[in-house]
Design a protein around this ligand. Structure first.
Ligand SMILES: [Zn+2]
Length: 381
């Protein structure tokens, strides 16, 4: 019997061809027509390669979503991915150069979708007993906040013992992601009292002066060592130089490493009191995603991957990201989640987006062998 890696290596060219098919079907998040075409290509590939069950989750404004299933049993393993990309149609060309494939979404994350399909195919083709249900959920709106898929992802995660996310790996190194920061987006609005800046300036209340003081206080929440960043992304207010501003606002992005930090940041922001008693300060917004924390279950998963990689003569490392993925949702529910399982490459959301074609078989084997290990466990991880 062939090993999984041998099987994958043998299908190296098929992997490339299927990836090209998927990348050619461009899929900007906000273009339903194109997205649906891409979703259909993916569903066709799943049926051709894996021959499991396909459930289409129809969506009105974004591309349809897919729940692919193979294997059976009471336990479930979930794999999540998205086929939408940040690229409008015909923005960057698909091209191959010295074993490197460039193209829209090739790294984030169509390469990851393809290695997952081939991992599932390899499991079936090498005769591995699929004693658990493997659900591969592919959504269409990750790049625009996942509001059309979050509930579905959470529902499937709750039924699962672990979640694999074949999102792009860490640029150039191929390292997997064992943590991702959480994100909060807040708006601070200040209402003051407008008056003439020359005639009676002290009778007014400058919303801008108040906002400046508020932002200086908020900026103190930034703590590099603790992995907390506070970015004041936009600021606006006032009307003209000779008027004391009656309104000013700013948008703030906070990133944090633990759930507790997120809760503390939110509480600190919401409790802001005005410096000037006559100013009104309003904070809106919320924590958009809690972090994917590096728990001991996640480290166990990483160590298994590392062992598999070593068996193939590769060194696999781990890292994290300040950017979130749908893995943040599943991790927040307490389901062990490991991310960044996609192929080696670079340039997510950038014009040089690419993957290394020679790396596809190894990444497919990595996912397949991790699944294989978990198919033989009775319960839990
Ligand atoms: Zn992505």
């Amino acid at each position: 019997m062939q090993t999984i890696l041998e099987y994958s290596e043998q299908h190296k060219n098929d992997m490339k061809e299927t990836l090209i098919r998927l990348v050619q079907a461009e899929s900007p998040s906000r273009n339903k027509l194109l997205s649906d075409r891409c979703g259909q290509v993916l569903a066709d590939l799943f049926e051709e390669l894996v021959e499991g069950q396909v459930k289409v989750i129809e969506k009105e404004t974004v591309g349809n979503q897919y729940r692919f299933t193979v294997g059976s049993g009471s336990a479930q393993i979930l794999i999540i991915g998205h086929y939408d990309t940040v690229w409008d149609q015909a923005t960057i060309p698909l091209r191959e150069e010295n074993g490197v494939l460039y193209g829209p979404g090739v790294f984030d994350m169509k390469g990851g979708l393809i290695v997952t399909l081939w991992a599932l195919k390899a499991l079936k083709s090498t005769g591995i007993d699929l004693t658990k249900k493997i659900v591969f959920l592919v959504t269409s709106d990750e790049e625009i906040g996942s509001s059309h898929s979050r509930a579905l992802i959470e529902e499937e995660a709750k039924k699962s013992e672990l979640v694999l996310v074949p999102e792009s790996s860490i640029s150039n190194s191929g390292s997997v992601k064992t943590f991702r920061k959480g994100i909060g987006i807040f708006k601070i609005e200040v209402n003051g009292i407008a008056v003439h800046a020359g005639i009676n300036p002290w009778q007014g209340v400058s919303a801008i002066d108040e906002l400046v003081l508020q932002l200086q206080k908020i900026k103190k929440l930034d703590d590099r060592e603790a992995g907390i960043s506070v970015n004041i992304g936009t600021i606006s207010g006032g009307t003209r130089t000779n008027v004391v501003a009656d309104y000013a606002e700013a948008m703030i992005d906070v990133r944090f490493t633990t759930k507790v930090q997120g809760q503390e940041l939110e509480a600190a922001l919401r409790s802001s009191l005005p410096f000037s008693q006559r100013a009104v300060v309003t904070i809106t917004g919320d924590i958009n995603r809690y972090p994917m924390e590096e728990t001991k279950e996640v480290l166990t998963l990483f160590n298994e991957l590392k062992e598999i990689a070593e068996g193939h003569g590769y060194v696999l490392q781990k890292g994290g990201s300040g950017g979130a993925s749908d893995g943040n949702f599943t991790a927040t529910l307490g389901i062990p989640t490991i991310d960044g399982l996609g192929p080696m490459g670079d340039g997510a959301h950038a014009v040089h987006e690419h993957i290394l074609l020679g790396n596809l078989p190894y990444r497919a084997a990595l996912i397949a062998e991790l699944l294989e290990r978990h198919l033989t466990y009775k319960e839990g991880i």
